[in-house]
Design a protein around this ligand. Sequence first.
Ligand code: SIN
Ligand code: FE
Length: 349
Amino acid sequence: MAIETIQLDAIQRGSPQTIEETRAWCAHLEAGGILYFPQTPIPIPPSDLQFLLGQQQTGSRVHKNIAYKPDRDQLSGVDKKTATSADLEQLLAVMRRYSVSVDNFLAGFLAPYKRRWRLDYASFRPLEEEGRDLPVRRRNDLLHTDAFPTRPTRGWRILRFFHNIHPTRTRDWVVGDPFARVVKVFAPGKLATPKPDSAATRTAKQLAQSTGLASLIPQWRRTPYDEFMMQLHNTMKEDSAFQARCNCENVEFVPGSSWMVYTETVTHAVLGGQYALEQTFLVDPAAMVTPESAPIAILEKNGARAPGVADRVGLTNRAQRPAGLGFSGSYFATRIFRASPSFDISQMP
Ligand code: SIN
Ligand code: FE
């Protein structure tokens, strides 16, 4: 695992950065590295910070985090027992400001992506992570790669930007092997590598999606790729031998720091820490500076079904597939991704 540390003055020095520098940052993330800012490049206004640190949230088994949904300008997961309506309004404004500022910062910092991402949910994580009582699949203190149970990404990559806003406490992570290595532990032995849906399954999924039934049954919205990534997440958390023997390192993110990482490919766990902000981006795999590092490309190398399958779902030539990628569009299906209106914040990884 590689952590590249970026000092604030390096970002402030040149604006915009050279294209070589921004490409190197993208490549580092895509290779399974972490970009770490000991001092966050996105300072939170002092009154917002004070407000966030004053929030109480009961240690519910239902809600893991508070989410801000930029597409609807809404919050979810708030503990209504302890929050007044004035609190809710202020929290919404604080989260909105945070989300916009991270999006604007990354537009310049990761310029090679040309904003080919969907601004996904932001989250506020006010609970102490150490000793949380959660069911195995929702535990974040077990090593895992992220997958969204009710929001399939269809191959779009999960990039997360974190900020430890605790005034004195580090946020303690464990980081393990990157996807290309860890996937070999599980597939094809414990998990089958993804294969395109059969014609019958595809038809059933299309029908479920067009009638709205798919919003009730998450599996019907998942492509074979999403299904594999979900199973990988679950299997990893449930495999105690893997958890005990993994090749991993501890990382402490100091108070006031930020970091970002592709969490669907970098195995990670949080062991302790309280009060963090996070913004998720779903990045177009075709925007990668190293397309061969996308998880679907790695899966294909490991035996997932290769091009040719695309022809059966109407992607009849390479020009219609994501540019620069050799993999089949059938893993993603042809529909445009939309965040599910029925998303349940308690399932957010
Ligand atoms: C964190 O809250 O620090 C990370 C949790 C996770 O994505 O597993
Ligand atoms: Fe995670």
